[in-house]
Design a protein. Structure first.
Ligand code: FES
Length: 140
Protein backbone atom coordinates (compact mmCIF):
# COMPACT_ATOMS: atom_id res chain seq x y z
CA UNK A 1 0.00 0.00 0.00
CA UNK A 2 1.23 3.50 -0.78
CA UNK A 3 0.07 6.56 1.14
CA UNK A 4 1.22 10.14 0.73
CA UNK A 5 2.90 12.13 3.45
CA UNK A 6 4.35 15.62 2.93
CA UNK A 7 3.96 15.01 -0.79
CA UNK A 8 6.11 11.89 -0.64
CA UNK A 9 5.05 8.29 -1.19
CA UNK A 10 5.21 6.13 1.92
CA UNK A 11 5.15 2.40 1.37
CA UNK A 12 3.54 0.12 3.92
CA UNK A 13 4.55 -3.40 3.01
CA UNK A 14 3.63 -6.63 4.75
CA UNK A 15 6.72 -8.79 5.13
CA UNK A 16 6.46 -12.54 5.42
CA UNK A 17 8.64 -14.54 7.79
CA UNK A 18 10.80 -15.53 4.81
CA UNK A 19 11.28 -11.88 3.89
CA UNK A 20 12.27 -10.99 7.46
CA UNK A 21 14.64 -13.96 7.68
CA UNK A 22 16.25 -12.89 4.41
CA UNK A 23 17.34 -9.60 6.00
CA UNK A 24 20.00 -11.42 8.03
CA UNK A 25 21.51 -12.65 4.80
CA UNK A 26 21.94 -9.11 3.50
CA UNK A 27 23.55 -7.65 6.63
CA UNK A 28 27.09 -7.89 5.23
CA UNK A 29 26.05 -6.65 1.78
CA UNK A 30 24.40 -3.39 2.77
CA UNK A 31 26.28 -0.15 3.29
CA UNK A 32 24.71 0.87 6.61
CA UNK A 33 23.23 -2.25 8.22
CA UNK A 34 22.25 -0.59 11.51
CA UNK A 35 21.21 2.74 9.96
CA UNK A 36 23.97 4.57 11.82
CA UNK A 37 24.45 7.21 9.15
CA UNK A 38 22.39 10.36 9.03
CA UNK A 39 19.75 9.25 6.66
CA UNK A 40 17.09 11.86 6.31
CA UNK A 41 15.42 14.96 7.53
CA UNK A 42 12.90 12.77 9.33
CA UNK A 43 13.13 11.58 12.89
CA UNK A 44 12.26 7.89 12.81
CA UNK A 45 10.28 6.48 15.72
CA UNK A 46 12.06 5.40 18.87
CA UNK A 47 12.18 1.68 19.42
CA UNK A 48 12.87 0.89 15.78
CA UNK A 49 14.62 -2.46 15.44
CA UNK A 50 17.87 -1.66 13.59
CA UNK A 51 17.84 -4.75 11.40
CA UNK A 52 14.21 -4.79 10.31
CA UNK A 53 13.98 -0.97 10.62
CA UNK A 54 10.45 -1.39 11.91
CA UNK A 55 8.34 -1.11 15.02
CA UNK A 56 6.67 -4.35 13.97
CA UNK A 57 8.91 -6.60 11.88
CA UNK A 58 6.04 -7.76 9.70
CA UNK A 59 5.39 -4.23 8.46
CA UNK A 60 7.87 -2.10 6.57
CA UNK A 61 7.08 1.62 6.55
CA UNK A 62 9.46 3.65 4.36
CA UNK A 63 9.54 6.68 2.13
CA UNK A 64 9.66 5.29 -1.41
CA UNK A 65 12.13 7.79 -2.84
CA UNK A 66 15.70 6.86 -3.74
CA UNK A 67 18.29 8.73 -1.67
CA UNK A 68 20.44 9.29 -4.76
CA UNK A 69 18.50 11.66 -6.99
CA UNK A 70 14.93 11.04 -5.99
CA UNK A 71 13.63 8.40 -8.39
CA UNK A 72 11.07 5.87 -7.25
CA UNK A 73 12.55 2.39 -6.80
CA UNK A 74 10.63 -0.61 -8.19
CA UNK A 75 9.76 -3.59 -6.07
CA UNK A 76 11.72 -6.76 -6.75
CA UNK A 77 10.12 -9.18 -4.36
CA UNK A 78 11.04 -12.36 -6.20
CA UNK A 79 14.14 -14.00 -4.82
CA UNK A 80 17.17 -15.57 -6.49
CA UNK A 81 17.91 -15.49 -10.21
CA UNK A 82 14.20 -15.25 -11.03
CA UNK A 83 14.30 -11.69 -9.71
CA UNK A 84 16.58 -10.60 -12.55
CA UNK A 85 18.75 -8.83 -9.98
CA UNK A 86 21.19 -11.43 -8.63
CA UNK A 87 21.31 -15.15 -7.95
CA UNK A 88 21.48 -14.54 -4.18
CA UNK A 89 18.85 -11.79 -4.19
CA UNK A 90 16.65 -11.94 -1.07
CA UNK A 91 14.01 -9.53 -2.37
CA UNK A 92 13.99 -5.77 -2.17
CA UNK A 93 13.91 -2.77 -4.47
CA UNK A 94 15.78 -1.62 -7.57
CA UNK A 95 16.02 2.01 -8.55
CA UNK A 96 15.83 2.03 -12.33
CA UNK A 97 17.54 5.41 -12.69
CA UNK A 98 21.11 4.48 -11.77
CA UNK A 99 20.85 0.98 -10.38
CA UNK A 100 20.81 1.39 -6.62
CA UNK A 101 19.39 -1.61 -4.82
CA UNK A 102 17.75 -1.79 -1.41
CA UNK A 103 16.84 -4.78 0.70
CA UNK A 104 13.44 -5.44 2.25
CA UNK A 105 14.27 -3.08 5.12
CA UNK A 106 15.12 -0.27 2.67
CA UNK A 107 18.84 -0.62 3.38
CA UNK A 108 21.00 0.37 0.44
CA UNK A 109 23.51 -2.13 -0.88
CA UNK A 110 27.21 -1.28 -0.87
CA UNK A 111 28.87 0.46 -3.84
CA UNK A 112 25.64 1.90 -5.20
CA UNK A 113 24.97 5.53 -6.15
CA UNK A 114 22.41 6.03 -3.37
CA UNK A 115 24.28 7.24 -0.28
CA UNK A 116 21.75 6.24 2.35
CA UNK A 117 18.98 3.87 3.30
CA UNK A 118 15.41 4.72 2.39
CA UNK A 119 14.09 7.03 5.12
CA UNK A 120 11.72 5.78 7.77
CA UNK A 121 9.04 8.40 8.41
CA UNK A 122 7.78 9.17 11.88
CA UNK A 123 4.89 6.86 12.60
CA UNK A 124 3.01 5.24 15.42
CA UNK A 125 0.58 2.34 15.70
CA UNK A 126 -2.75 3.60 17.00
CA UNK A 127 -4.06 0.03 17.10
CA UNK A 128 -3.16 -3.35 15.63
CA UNK A 129 -4.45 -2.28 12.24
CA UNK A 130 -4.07 1.51 12.22
CA UNK A 131 -0.87 3.48 11.63
CA UNK A 132 -0.49 7.23 11.93
CA UNK A 133 2.25 8.55 9.62
CA UNK A 134 3.95 11.80 10.61
CA UNK A 135 3.84 11.46 14.39
CA UNK A 136 6.00 9.42 16.72
CA UNK A 137 3.61 9.43 19.66
CA UNK A 138 -0.06 8.83 20.01
CA UNK A 139 -1.78 12.17 20.38
CA UNK A 140 1.44 14.15 19.71
S1 FES B 1 18.04 8.09 -8.36
FE1 FES B 1 18.11 6.05 -7.59
S2 FES B 1 20.01 5.35 -8.22
FE2 FES B 1 19.99 7.38 -8.92
Amino acid sequence: MTVEWRGKPVWIIHRTKEMIDGLRKTDDQVADPKSDRKQSEFQPPEGLDPETRALKPEYMVVVGICTHLGCSPSDKFKTGAESGVAADWQGGFLCPCHGSTFDLAGRVFKSKPAPDNLPIPPHVYLSESKILIGENKKGA
